[in-house]
Design a protein. Structure first.
Ligand code: NAD
Length: 264
């Protein structure tokens, strides 16, 4: 059903060509927001996602291909959103990558890329979006952190460091926007079955000589007490709540949706 809570507003979702970001874009478009897509992928596939969403929810959509590890490209993307829609009202910093290796074996260039994409990009998008949000006295910044922003995990040093950093950056952004109509919060999911996690499922199945289904069960039973994957739709519903008037005083929170992972 078409809703208009965010009608006339524009949401920029980084890394929205797949997985959680795509789910976020769908949920925000369902509430009437125009969407700026970003992320990598096949051009035809992205064009299809963009036009389908526009048609389904009667919103405007656009795509900008910025590499979130490159500040100049981020700046061009924010300028694009400004030229096309007059700025960004809802900023979802979602683009992310990870790599699994011990500290001694961690390639330095992978560390740099993970910190740049998962953490530093959120500083660049926020610093460019905040003046317009403050001027309108309304804005929402939602940082896709992770349960790994709250707890550690061996062999994920860069990812855990970046996500903990993102939770810290969320708190500072919330403090610097206190007293304005701009809020900033982090969402910290547990396992969500997206391409990012499917790779870990595949690696696990290959390593242990088990089926894909068995590998999924193994990952869940080790960490996620609910025994079920979190879905992009559930995360999208949380983002919609944060954008609603009921979310006005929710500020600087790292909100886990992790099937009980961090409660252990
Ligand atoms: P995904 O791999 O499906 O999607 C990642 C998106 O980021 C894609 O659109 C990809 O194109 C984009 N991206 C990657 N590098 C980029 C770059 N340099 N520039 C621009 N875009 C880039 O992964 P996902 O699982 O949907 O992850 C989305 C976010 O959620 C990430 O920040 C991830 O850390 C976080 N997260 C995921 C899970 C999970 O279980 N899947 C759990 C906790 C947190």
């Amino acid at each position: 059903m078409k809703s208009s809570m965010l009608s006339g507003k524009t949401a920029l979702v980084t890394g929205s060509t797949s997985g959680i970001g795509l789910g976020m874009a769908r949920s925000l478009a369902q509430e009437g927001a125009n969407i700026v897509f970003n992320g990598f992928g096949d051009a035809q596939h992205i064009e299809k996602l963009r036009t389908e969403l526009a048609h389904e929810f009667g919103v405007q959509t656009a795509y900008h291909n910025a590499d979130m590890s490159k500040p100049a490209e981020i700046e061009a993307m924010m300028q694009f959103a400004s030229d096309k829609f007059g700025g960004v009202d809802v900023l979802v910093n979602n683009a992310g990558i990870q790599h699994v290796a011990t500290i001694e074996d961690f390639p330095v260039e992978k560390w740099d890329a993970i910190i740049a994409i998962n953490l530093t990009s959120a500083f660049h998008t926020a610093r460019l979006a905040l003046p317009g949000m403050k001027q309108k006295n309304w804005g929402r910044i939602i940082n896709l952190a992770s349960v790994h922003g709250l707890v550690g995990s061996a062999q994920k040093s860069a990812y855990v460091a970046a996500k903990h950093g993102l939770v810290g950056f969320t708190k500072v952004t919330a403090l610097e926007t206190a007293g304005t109509g701009v809020t900033c919060n982090a969402i910290c999911p547990g396992w969500v079955l997206t391409p990012l996690v499917q790779k870990q499922v595949d690696d696990r199945a290959a390593r242990d000589g088990i089926s894909n289904e068995e590998a999924k069960k193994a990952l869940l039973s080790e960490k996620q007490p609910s025994g079920e994957f979190v879905t992009p739709e559930e995360l999208g519903a949380l983002a919609v709540f944060l954008c609603s008037p009921a979310g006005n005083q929710v500020r600087g929170v790292a909100w886990n949706m992790d099937g009980g992972w961090a409660a252990q």
